[in-house]
Design a binder for this molecule. Sequence first.
Ligand SMILES: NC(=O)C1=CN([C@@H]2O[C@H](COP(=O)(O)OP(=O)(O)OC[C@H]3O[C@@H](n4cnc5c(N)ncnc54)[C@H](OP(=O)(O)O)[C@@H]3O)[C@@H](O)[C@H]2O)[C@H](O)CC1
Ligand SMILES: [K+]
Length: 493
Amino acid sequence: MKILTSAQIRSLDQFTIQNEPISSLDLMERASNAFVGWFCNQFVNTRPVCVFCGKGNNGGDGLAIARLLSQLSYDVQVVVADYTPNASDDFTQNLDRLKTHLNLAFISSADQFPTLSSQVVCIDTLLGSGLSRPAEGLLAGIIHKINALPNKVVSVDIASGLYMDKANGENDPIIEPDHTVTFQLPKLAFLLPQNVRFTGEWHVVDIGLSGKYIQELPTPYWFTDKKAAEKLIQPRGKFSHKGTFGHALLLAGSFGKMGAAVLSGRACLRSGVGLLTMHAPVCGYDIIQISSPEAMVSIDKNDRHISQFPDLEPYSAVGIGPGVGQEPVTIALLEELLDQVKVPLIIDADALNILSSNRSLLDKLPPNTILTPHPKEFQRLAGESGDEYERLELARDFAGKYQVIICLKGANTAVILPNGEVHFNSTGNPGMATGGTGDVLTGIITSLLAQKYKPAEAAILGVYQHGLAGDRAAEQKGQIALIASDVVENLGW
Ligand SMILES: NC(=O)C1=CN([C@@H]2O[C@H](COP(=O)(O)OP(=O)(O)OC[C@H]3O[C@@H](n4cnc5c(N)ncnc54)[C@H](OP(=O)(O)O)[C@@H]3O)[C@@H](O)[C@H]2O)[C@H](O)CC1
Ligand SMILES: [K+]
């Protein structure tokens, strides 16, 4: 799915209105109906509702939603923030449609904020995609009062006060909803962890905006949903054999960190590779042979750290990093590997830290090498950034400069391609923030690279399947009990 800017969404709105054609009032009705469809599944009509409206089209949605919910026998109260004499046309028309049969109040001071029982569900339609500056005065007062309530809050389209595609100021008044129900497409703001308080759980509802026009609009930002991910999976032919699916080489582990090697090896095996060879220090030999009988082992001359790699000729992809440490012998190995490797490469964990502290190696990265840093590793690699929007730009610059693919790990892991495209992942959960899950991801992507998936596709699909396995594991064990081995065991293709 594409992620568009607020300006693009405005033009998409206009295109749909002119070309479907549909009046803007009817489009508002369609959007409001889509919201109500979601709402009725979530809250039964014995829950009273209070809709907080601004005077733009987001507020117009609120008035239409109030009317539709009251027709469905919800007990609905409407509070309009009378912060300006200028209301949008569609707001005014919906006000006319509503007036006769509802409990409606215009308030001009936050002191007039109603007293609500904690059962009331608040619907936030103060400000939507038209936000052009931080909320202040009356709007800010109402936002603070809503945030202080214990009540459930649902924002329509986007939390009032939150920008769709740029950073807010630290003290901007913004609604903190339990849910955001957004129209047609996800918004960039929802995908950045810094906005989690202002997003809650978010849901997309279809309001029939022009699919043709969405296809035409250019954007660097994409959301990898189930449909997008499944399209990438290559079917297995009837006559395939283990040679068809490549031979992966994983360079991983050191004394005390052989678990990282085992986790990434097992994930590699569970992701469809034909053959796997794991190269490890002497201390890892028994560990790998016993834990991963399906893998072959190549043993280093060094007891505790890897210092060499086997002849690369048989391998169709190489992964390096999980648990390798940063000993001088391993630094020398990485340099040698970058000079020699001719097949797709993924670099993770300590090997990324080696790159950060030996920056001349960055210029040796082969094009389309995949790097999988978490935010701290990315900071060591590319430097500080003020907020997550800046970090995204920094990552796009870095990917472009070195022609590499970055999987910036976190909630909604972002896969950033050399051409500047950013693909946000839709799977995964906070239970996965535990040691070893990164090693699992490296194994999955190494496996896909060995099977000849294009590096960009291996990264996007690998990140998606990793999160999906984590979601399955969380269903079984709960997020708190989840460990990296559970992610491996729940890989399913
Ligand atoms: N395609 C869709 O997704 C559809 C969306 N709909 C809904 O429409 C809103 C967007 O409506 P819009 O009227 O453009 O914008 P808002 O309701 O967010 O804003 C109202 C006006 O308020 C002004 N403004 C902006 N920021 C502030 C502020 N901080 N304080 C006070 N006033 C502010 C702004 O005008 P300015 O000229 O002053 O900038 C806005 O015009 C969208 O979110 C959906 O909910 C449609 O229903 C259908 C399809
Ligand atoms: K809103």
